[in-house]
Design a protein around this ligand. Structure first.
Ligand code: SF4
Ligand code: SF4
Length: 347
């Protein structure tokens, strides 16, 4: 029997683990539907996607037939204006083959500028409020990569859930944000539980996250056996043994020096280099074509780095950005000699 939890003040009761909607876009449609249905059959009742995730919503829409009442669907709009957000909503409803979305999230509110923009008159929040009234959505959430924006948003009363990166290497949410969510009864959806493919031991990854009440991890899966393994972990004991804690420490130590938290504090770069994408170049095999294109642009700009070091002064994690981006450009060039479409070759 799948363990369940309440998703903050939405009062939605969901499985203790969700499923993310990105990796299914890199499968054939029939395989994606098979994997999603396996999730639902195993008792996973929370699925998270976004308008921007290519074929994801459409595939979930196909998989959901016969399961709609059991599954809580969360999707997102990157629309900043009311008009664009409402257009996205109609598209999401159509693709998901449903007449309501359980949780509609304003996607990637990672700067105060964007945060203010969606909340001002004519912004995406007006679309969300209108959709609540018409019953097209049931709850409003947001996602962000910025701790400052998230800490500001949680007590604001504007959102019922927040989605934020959280895994045992990127633990910046643990100290303040998660306790604040608990205090305000805001559901916390842990984005990037496997750190975008940099972590692989499901036992460590999932057990670590389950220690936090009110936090639902939403790992993406590409194989039925992956969700079977994860569900076994959820339904077993979550206690990390001293040996497992030791392994976590070891991995943190190994990855820590290079682990970009995607906070964006190093920006802007005087050479106009998209540093976070360049720092995350090694993830191009996990995130699909759109991400690949952004990384490819960042690599091209990265060749103009003048090694001024401004970014390193601003990075709160003291990452060796200059050294890492030089290595990542080399990695990218090598990969491009080996394969033409790395985001596909990885599957
Ligand atoms: S060191 Fe390179 S990447 Fe960093 S700010 Fe200077 S030019 Fe930009
Ligand atoms: S390089 Fe540092 S400052 Fe820039 S996004 Fe990564 S962690 Fe943040």
């Amino acid at each position: 029997m799948m363990k369940t939890m309440k998703l903050g003040r939405t009062n939605l009761v969901i499985s203790r683990i969700g499923v993310g909607g990105i990796p299914i876009t890199r499968l054939s449609e029939s395989k994606a539907v098979e994997v999603l249905r396996r999730c639902f059959d195993l008792g996973v009742t929370f699925v998270d996607t976004a308008n921007a995730y290519g074929s994801s919503e459409e595939r979930i829409g196909k998989a959901i037939t016969g399961y709609r009442n059991k599954v809580v669907i969360a999707t997102k709009t990157g629309g900043r204006s009311k008009t664009t957000a409402l257009e996205h909503l109609e598209l999401s409803l159509q693709r998901l083959q449903t007449d309501y979305i359980d949780l509609w999230q304003l996607h990637n509110l990672s700067t105060f500028k964007v945060y203010k923009r969606v909340l001002r008159s004519g912004g995406a929040m007006e679309a969300a409020q209108e959709a609540l009234k018409t019953g097209k959505i049931r709850h409003i959430g947001m996602s962000s990569h910025s701790l400052d924006v998230a800490l500001h948003a949680v007590p604001s009363g504007n959102f019922e859930t927040i989605q934020f990166p959280f895994n045992f290497v990127n633990t910046e949410a643990a100290d303040e944000l998660i306790p604040l969510c608990q205090e305000h009864d805001i559901g916390f959806i842990a984005m990037k539980p496997f750190a975008g493919g940099q972590l692989s031991d499901a036992d460590l990854v999932i057990k670590y996250l389950l220690q936090f009440d009110g936090v639902v991890p939403d790992p993406g899966v590409k194989e039925c056996r992956e969700i079977e393994e994860i569900v076994d972990i959820v339904n077993g004991s979550w206690k990390l043994t001293p040996r497992e804690n030791g392994k976590i420490e070891e991995i943190r130590f190994k990855l820590g020096r290079r682990f970009c938290q995607w906070c964006g504090y190093c920006q802007p770069c005087p050479q106009d280099i998209d540093i976070p994408h360049l720092m995350n170049t090694r993830n191009i095999r996990s995130y699909g074509e759109g991400f690949f294109k952004r990384v490819a642009r960042a690599v091209e700009a990265g060749r103009n780095c003048v090694e001024c070091g401004e970014c390193e002064e601003k990075c709160p994690y003291h990452l060796p950005i200059r050294e890492t981006i030089a290595e990542n450009i080399e990695f990218f060039d090598r990969l491009m000699q080996e394969v033409e479409r790395p985001w596909e070759e990885a599957n």
